[in-house]
Write a protein that binds this ligand. Sequence first.
Ligand SMILES: [Zn+2]
Length: 429
Amino acid sequence: MSVQIYKGTIVTSETIDTLEVYEDAYLTVEDGVIRSIGDNIPDTYKDLPVTDYGRSLLIPAFSDLHIHAPQYHERGVGMDCLLFDWLNTYTFPEEARFADTDYARTAYAQVIRDLLRHGTLHANFFTTIHYDASDLFFRMLQKSGLYAFAGKLNMDMNSPDYLVEETEQAIADTERFVAEHPGDDHVKPILVPRFAPTCSEKLLKGLGRIAESYHVGVHTHLVESRAEAAWAAELFPQYGSDGAIYEGCGLLGHGPAIMAHVIFPTEVEERILEKYDVVSVHCPDATTNITAGIMPVRRMQKQGFRIAAGSDIGGGHHTGVYTQAARAVQLSKLKEFYEPENERLAFANAFYMATAEGGSVFGKAGRLAPGYRFDALVIDSMENEGKELTPLERLERFCYIGDDRNIRERFVDGRRIDPEEVYRKMLGC
Ligand SMILES: [Zn+2]
């Protein structure tokens, strides 16, 4: 049995509204799982060495539930475009490059390294339509230490002719991908139709059959913007709404359902979110960059819907999902300013999205509590010389102005992870 003992100030979500703080506490980890947190070390471990992190904070690892891995090289570029210009000018040509697996290896190795640097230790990815690059990415993830969902992207219509699948082939390739990548404790396959307007009903129904046969979940965009939702409803009049398309094609109820954006849910979408325990993903930078609107996060949280956080790279430009916790508070204040019936988020509500809610998709993760995996970060105190901050102020400041240089340690399953070492391993895949 392997046991580690850490001392420091621990901050973790207790509920969606409250953060729990343990100052100068001891945290014991047994075989990668947290055994105790408190003022004392359990008697059985009294003689073991203690790693003391001083005024640094021990916090749960972050979870990014919506990231387009192949868009990593285009983040922060073309941000003054509207969505369809941005897709056609930057995104689709960049994704086309993933036909070349050498290019994919280099790009994907950097994505994985940088997520680890920024403390994202659980992630849910989009890839591209290319089988070989998606297969490579899945194998890289399995060697990275990350907890992840990934699959092969699907799109067979309303897409550029250099980046579109033939329907029957798309279904066959996706079934093969799922069959050949059953995954393991850390990395699991997921179905990834880009969004309804780029997928035919035949393709979506084919994916629905794969979901049912292989018990896999789905990751896509849902009511991302008013224009997208209206286009989807026009293309699929037999279903009438974005959410009803995925439900009608049989994609829901076979595994996790993770839906990015969900900015304008109708009653139909709300019924679907509840029925299938959907995790909606708030991506504040991206919804600003593509002028999609502001998700009614606090209202949806209060209705009991599950909402996690996502970087949505490259629609979003920040790698660290902790920045999205801060941005979620900012956007909620703007929403409250323009629409006073929408209550703003407290910082605790936003931190919960980026850790506890997102982490819950990956097993006992996203919190620091007995029985949870020790998937955690050690971050700097973020204090200026001569002025002390409370633990909650230190955490909030990290999310607002911190970066990867303020993250001193990263742990997955209780084991230390070195992003540079993982990067070298990735390049050898
Ligand atoms: Zn997206």
